[in-house]
Design a protein around this ligand. Structure first.
Ligand code: PRP
Ligand code: URA
Length: 209
């Protein structure tokens, strides 16, 4: 069974509260999403392997820890996942970026795929799939399936808010995929929106409606 990591760090929770606030406009919303994504990246990478290396300081020679050349692919689910990429890349600048275009049909709530491109060497990379909202879970379940079909084996999901229904769906379809997020909310409303949630993340990021 996959692990669900809820990041309780005060900075993450404070910024999430600001993002939930209906008065927060697109500029601040974008900045907050990037900042929280950076903080979640810190937790996602906590178990990355390091090795001991020699380093020359201006005064002497000593040893230090260095990452063991782990290769990462960041794969946002469009549109809202795009808002998380900058935060991840600030900490993992060498990561390659894939894109998965999926939107949720407003009537059926089923995911509709319209564009996908991921790095050709994705099988050799740790894949971080990013989407702030995990509602029914349909979009992320499809995104993970796409990455697996392309050879991806080590996959983690980064999100902001999930509904219990979406987490169950992800665990049922992809029990090997761990999730890192800031909150698990109460439930979905009759239109498939997360309650209390933060509304439509894509619209709030880009000022659309
Ligand atoms: C939102 C969100 C997720 C999806 C979650 O995207 O960013 O991708 O809904 O819902 P689900 O878990 O029920 O699939 P949306 O479909 O609104 O597309 P957009 O980001 O292009 O606005
Ligand atoms: N997508 C969003 O952006 N918000 C929700 O609450 C559900 C799906």
């Amino acid at each position: 069974m996959s692990a669900i990591h809820v990041i309780e760090h005060p900075l993450v929770q404070h910024k999430l509260t600001l993002m939930r606030d209906e008065r927060t406009g697109p500029k601040e919303f974008r900045e907050l999403l990037e900042e929280i994504s950076m903080l979640i990246t810190y937790e996602v990478t906590r178990d990355f392997p390091v090795e001991t290396v020699e380093v020359r300081t201006p005064l002497t020679t000593t040893t230090g820890k260095a990452l063991v050349g782990k290769k990462v692919a960041v794969v946002p689910i469009l549109r809202a996942g795009l808002g998380m990429v900058g935060g991840v890349l600030q900490l993992i600048p060498a990561a390659k970026v894939g894109h998965i275009g999926i939107y949720r049909d407003p009537e059926t709530l089923r995911p509709v795929e319209y564009y996908c491109k991921v790095p050709t060497d994705i099988a050799e990379r740790d894949v971080l799939i990013c989407d702030p909202m995990l509602a029914t879970g349909g979009s992320v379940v499809e995104a993970v399936r796409y990455v697996k079909n392309r050879g991806g084996r080590s996959i983690r999901v980064m999100a902001l808010i999930a509904a219990p229904e979406g987490l169950r769906a992800l665990q049922e379809h992809h029990p090997d995929v761990d999730v890192y997020l800031a909150a698990v909310d109460e439930r979905l409303d009759s239109h498939g929106y997360i309650l209390p949630g933060l509304g439509d993340a894509g619209d709030r990021l880009y000022g659309t409606r």
